[in-house]
Design a protein around this ligand. Structure first.
Ligand code: NAD
Length: 348
């Protein structure tokens, strides 16, 4: 398995393969770019089909963090980690103690937080081994409600641009994945008067949103073909691909999942289909924005910064339209400009 010639390798600064013989815990930490500051990005715990799938995921996710942190105006670089294990594992103490030791070996070049399969209590276990953890209890805490708020505002921006509406009342929205973020997002959407269609592979999570928000439940493979205005991917990545795009009826794709486009060309395909895509790392930056306030936590300031996601997306949508580019291309080039400017001023 080569890293340097890997299709998802993007001049990453450091990729570390970790193994704890006592627990047999395996993890990969990828530091993509530290131009803007130490790399910060969550830890995902997932039963990958192969080591190759885990490497691909961590390389793509860490690059996304560099761009996300840059566009959110944070003085933080991009990194991510994956633990190659079943998220249902119950020996959390052993797993996250080992993970904390792995992160500590990077001496502050990478700070971790929660992501899929990892909760704030897991991060607190790792924190006992290292100071390089973020999103801590008693500080910024669980980032998910802030990710959900940013995603909700991003959906509103997309609706304003694409449908020229200020309200979500009466709009139909399909949500794929009603976990940490998806649940809070559904609450915002329900309170805004939207009609929800949801799916998940976790029955308890589905029952909760169905009961609390009157959401209609469909099977996982039925979510794409729903006759909705907006499709909100809030589970795992790469759900915008050759199989799913022909099924989409929505006019907007806007959700919190990372790496939604299987490949860059799927962004172009969405544009050709007349579907507005809210770039994932822009719309889902609310959580990392909140985490960035960990050392001097101020909920009001954090919320105000999360609310800027609306304007950032409006700018991206307008520039994409003006330049006949995809929204993903515009977001990437804006993020690269920010990093290039920082590199220039470092040289001075
Ligand atoms: P989570 O694990 O709490 O929720 C994910 C949900 O998706 C789970 O309920 C899971 O059962 C469901 N799911 C998995 N596979 C599915 C499938 N094939 N079909 C339908 N449902 C499926 O994770 P989360 O923290 O809510 O994160 C969701 C997404 O948002 C992830 O892509 C994550 O990287 C991204 N994200 C999360 C945050 C955050 O603050 N937690 C921040 C930025 C981005």
């Amino acid at each position: 398995m080569s890293v340097f010639s890997h299709a998802s390798f993007d001049n990453h600064e450091q990729v570390v393969f970790c193994h704890d013989p006592k627990t047999n815990i395996r993890a990969i930490i990828a530091v993509h770019d530290t131009t803007l500051g130490p790399a910060v990005g969550g830890c995902r715990m997932w039963q990958y089909d192969s080591d190759e799938a885990a490497l691909n995921d961590v390389l793509r996710l860490s690059r996304g963090m560099t761009y996300k942190n840059a566009l959110a105006g944070l003085q933080m670089g991009g990194g991510k980690s994956v633990i190659l294990a079943d998220p249902a594992r119950t020996d959390r103490e052993a797993v996250f103690s080992a993970f904390g030791r792995f992160v500590h070996q990077l001496s502050g070049k990478y700070y971790s937080a929660e992501d899929v399969g990892v909760s704030t209590s897991d991060i607190m276990i790792a924190h006992r081994q290292t100071p390089y953890m973020a999103g801590l209890e008693g500080k910024s805490g669980d980032p998910s409600p802030f990710t959900a708020l940013g995603t909700y505002l991003g959906i509103k921006a997309a609706v304003k641009h694409q449908l020229d509406k200020d309200s979500l009342a009466g709009l139909r929205i399909s949500v794929q994945g009603v976990g940490h973020v998806g649940y809070y997002l559904c609450r915002h959407l329900y309170e805004a008067g939207a009609e929800l269609v949801v799916t998940d592979i976790n029955q308890a999570a589905l029952q909760r949103v169905s009961h609390e928000f009157g959401a209609r439940v469909v099977a996982p493979d039925e979510i794409y073909q729903q006759q909705t205005d907006i499709y909100a991917p809030c589970a795992l990545g790469a759900t915008l691909n050759d199989d799913t795009l022909p099924q989409l009826k929505a006019r907007i794709v806007a959700g919190c999942a990372n790496n939604q486009l299987a490949e860059k060309r799927h962004g172009q395909a969405l544009k050709q289909m007349g579907i507005l895509y809210a770039p994932d790392y822009v719309i889902n930056a609310g959580g990392i924005i909140n985490v960035s306030f960990d050392n001097h936590y101020d909920r009001q300031q954090s919320t105000a910064k999360v609310e800027r996601i609306y304007q950032t997306l409006m700018r991206i949508f307008a520039e994409a339209e003006k330049g006949d580019k995809t929204t993903a291309e515009i977001a990437d080039s804006m993020a690269r400009d920010i990093i290039a400017q920082a590199q220039q001023s470092e040289k001075k």
